[in-house]
Design a protein around this ligand. Structure first.
Ligand code: ADP
Ligand code: GLC
Length: 489
């Protein structure tokens, strides 16, 4: 696998969780997986195993490869190239993307393929994640075409978020050592520019995305970000596989960030977690505060996550009788919005602007509700973490949220959360009011919590679905007749 972030070593979002948990689940299925990722600033893990050199954009870069075992069958190989990766951010600094990102991630991909070409155990499939790994197929078919070991390897490409398209000026193409023959509508040309994402989608033997509903949505203009036509053209190669969650890391029975463990059978510890999160957030912790419903948010503070809806109804929302604890980082306007709300409502709103793993676990454990009003959501992990911790999700009905939150049905006592369809502040407010009304009926609420806690979100089923995709592309390549190979660029 090629992934630009892998938890716990580097992380800006859910990709990092998936790039660790999916390989581990495949490892449990008896597979051997190597994940190749940059050795960013601060990563000290890994033992030196070898070295790789490649000339990209006229400069020859040499990187050390450092290997670390992540679990049974799973190795992370860090590409150590300080001029490219020893920086104060993964992709940007102060919200400005690094200008040489095309070069940084092209080199990562080449290093991964060079590693695969010389690996002691033969590689059977290359799996790239998101635009950063989008050029894997292009390099395999052009640079490695005549390589007996990797030249004909199948490539699987996974879209975690179609909005990040890795678009660069077309002058990058020759600088990255790729031929103009790829610069076509069916290749990697996107509105006269080069798109790494398009390369991944078009040159992959199979394309997956992280939920079945998102796989449908991205074939429509409303969710396609200009790629809906490309996705429709590749519909036959596209599968939506819902992410799982790492049930060892996100487990209320063993979570060391919680003051007291709890489970579906013994929910008592949740009250201690609520007290702890109120304390950590600087909110009152008296009986009235403990009785008041607590809404948690853990999120990148970006448009995708629907915070413009919160802005539309901010005052009625915070006046609805609940308290709010928000952990997030991102666009300054949303950081400002939550800071201002917290200043205005110091007893019921707390905003922690930053990234904090312990606080994320405490919020999942201690909140009663979890709010995720996403504009779009390829999968989303926090709504699944929440259910595991008996924290009831209130989500917009989009993407993976549809596939992982079942609407509460009071008559039948089924369902795990509250969904609203309309992308409007009023619809958001309506769903929160429904959830709060149910919170006021303790027996129903407990049933909702337990339904969520009992839902199986483990990776094992999804890992088997990926295995099926891998086997499909391997079999398809074996049966394919040999055809003329593009010339080495
Ligand atoms: P996305 O990848 O779009 O950000 P996901 O729900 O897939 O959304 O994954 C987000 C991941 O990042 C989760 O593991 C979540 O707990 C974590 N996360 C997001 N913001 C923060 C934060 N401010 N502090 C700690 N963890 C965070
Ligand atoms: C992306 C998506 C998120 C998904 C994650 C992992 O960051 O925004 O919905 O859960 O990738 O696949």
């Amino acid at each position: 696998m090629i992934a630009s972030e892998v938890a716990p070593f580097s992380k800006t979002g859910g990709l990092a969780d998936v790039a660790a948990a999916l390989p581990l689940a495949l490892g449990r299925c008896g597979q051997q997986v190597t994940v190749v990722t940059p050795r960013y600033r601060g990563i000290t893990a890994g033992q030196w195993v070898s070295e790789v050199s490649a000339t990209v954009a006229g400069v020859t870069f040499t990187a050390g490869l450092f290997a670390e075992t992540l679990g049974p069958g799973v190795t992370v190989v860090f590409v150590d190239c300080p001029p490219l990766y020893d920086r104060d951010g993964l992709y940007n600094s102060g919200q400005v993307d690094f200008a040489d990102n095309p070069l940084r991630f092209a080199f990562l991909t080449i290093a991964a393929l060079e590693w695969a070409a010389t690996a002691a155990t033969p590689v059977h499939v290359v799996h790239g994640h998101d635009w950063q790994a989008g050029l894997a197929g292009a390099y395999l078919r052009q640079h490695f075409a005549r390589d007996a070991v990797v030249g004909q390897l199948p490539v699987v490409f996974t879209i975690h978020n179609l909005a990040y398209q890795g678009v660069a000026d077309k002058s990058w193409l020759p600088r990255l050592g790729l031929g103009w023959d790829l610069f076509t509508v069916q290749g990697l040309e996107f509105w006269d520019r080069l798109s790494f994402l398009k390369a991944g989608v078009n040159i992959g033997d199979a394309v997956t995305t992280v939920s079945p509903t998102y796989a449908d949505e991205i074939q429509r203009p409303e969710y396609g970000f200009g790629f809906d036509g490309v996705m429709r053209a590749r519909a036959g190669a596209l599968t939506g596989i819902l992410n799982g969650i790492d049930t060892a890391v996100w487990n209320p029975e063993t979570d060391l960030h919680l003051p007291t463990p709890f489970s579906a059978k013994a929910l008592g510890g949740k009250r201690a977690a609520k007290r702890a999160v109120l304390e950590a957030a600087g909110l009152p912790m008296d009986d009235a505060a403990l009785a008041r419903p607590l809404v948690g948010i853990v999120s990148r503070l970006v448009d995708q996550k629907g915070f413009d809806l919160v802005a539309q109804v901010a005052e009625p929302l915070v006046d609805s009788g609940a308290a709010f604890v928000v952990l997030g980082k991102g666009d300054s306007r949303y950081e400002h919005m939550w800071r201002t709300l917290a200043q205005r409502h110091p007893d019921t709103v707390a905003a922690y602007i930053g990234v904090d793993e312990r606080m994320a676990h405490l919020i999942e454990g201690g909140a009663d509700l979890f709010l995720m009003p996403s504009r779009y959501e390829p999968c989303g992990l926090n709504q699944m973490y929440s259910q595991r911790y008996g924290t009831v999700p209130v989500v917009r009905a989009t993407g993976g949220l549809v596939d992982s939150v079942q609407p509460w049905n009071a008559a039948e006592q089924t369902g795990t959360g509250f969904l609203f369809a309309d992308y409007s502040g009023d619809a958001l407010l309506g769903a929160v009011h429904d959830a709060l009304a149910t919170f006021g009926r303790p027996a129903e609420w407990k049933r909702l919590q337990v339904n969520g806690m009992k839902t199986d979100f483990s990776w094992d089923r999804s890992a088997r679905a990926y295995l099926k995709v891998y086997k499909g592309v391997i079999a398809a390549r074996r049966t394919r007749r040999p055809r003329a190979r593009p010339a080495r660029a």
